[in-house]
Design a protein. Sequence first.
Length: 380
Amino acid sequence: MILPFDRTATDPASRARRGSILTPHGRIETPVFMDVGTHAFVTNCAPADLAAIGTQVVLANTYHLMLRPGPEAFRQLGGIHQFMGWPGPVLTDSGGYQIFSLPGDRTITEKGARFKGYTNQQMLLLSPERSIEVQTAIGSDIMMVLDECVASTSDEATTRAAMERTHRWALRCLGARTHADQALFAIVQGGIVPGLRRQSAAFLAEHPFDGFAIGGLAVGDTRAQREDLTALSAELMPADRPRYLMGVGTPPDLLQAMLAGVDMFDCIIPTQLASQGTAFTSTGRVRLKRMQNAVSEARLDEQCGCATCRDFSRAYLHHLFKCREPLGPRLVSLHNLHYYHTLMADSRQAIERGTFAAYAKRQLDAIDRHEHSARRFGQT
Ligand SMILES: [Zn+2]
């Protein structure tokens, strides 16, 4: 197998599992949260910062990187690790989701997606073969198949057609792979229709993919639908390969999906909310721009061991945001990512101890309690 995956422990009271994936750029301890570095950077954070807060994997995007700097730049510069100065594992998404979310100017046919590039306004084709060719040039450790994503609100016939095309494209991606050291994950689609999710997982599991992702969620579905479909999809995926829930990731989402046996996650939320001045803390979300923080000597999170919490008061962070100083989003991004990586490290330890179900329940209850009391006291 291209991507050795060892399962080292399972939680007795849930489907949660502890594992480790060996990539050409190092080992990934799972369950893992992957930092979003769409354009070959994690906004406001240098690779050395990421290493210090426990980042294991950076996730980049084929669609954006094929436009800028382009695959030729990666070929000349020795791949993404060298280019961005990140020595650890990199996963590249294929661009399917970006094609789906592009406004207007695109046509999707069996061949692939034709769209106008935002860097030079030229018409470009992103086909399954082209996506693999670009991901090969980027040099990621884990590549994703090109999929066709549709809104969760689409009718069943549209969802089925996109799922079937996703299957055909997945096999074309498998056939287009040229480098044996780059793993390839398939993406289970099927919208919010349980029968289609079952068909998709069953079809893809018959082929030699190195891992399986759950795609097409958080595109118009409810939290309850997301949890049910995640659990259903994860259960149908082969147990001996990693399972990845794409783009879904509030802390409760992660805990619920880990309970269902998901191993890998990514989400823009920790850095996106940081840029708006919102921090995840052990006592709920903190909005730093609020006036109540203006003269607060308190740390952002008394329980947190990150450099932001060690060195600065809430009042200073509030001041940075009021001055629109880029240091503000940077310090809060590092804190938020540290919070996520700590949640994952604690989860891994709880799975090893066989206490994860109880740990997850405590965490979920605490989050609900904080959100409830924040609403009650008008703190959010
Ligand atoms: Zn912190």
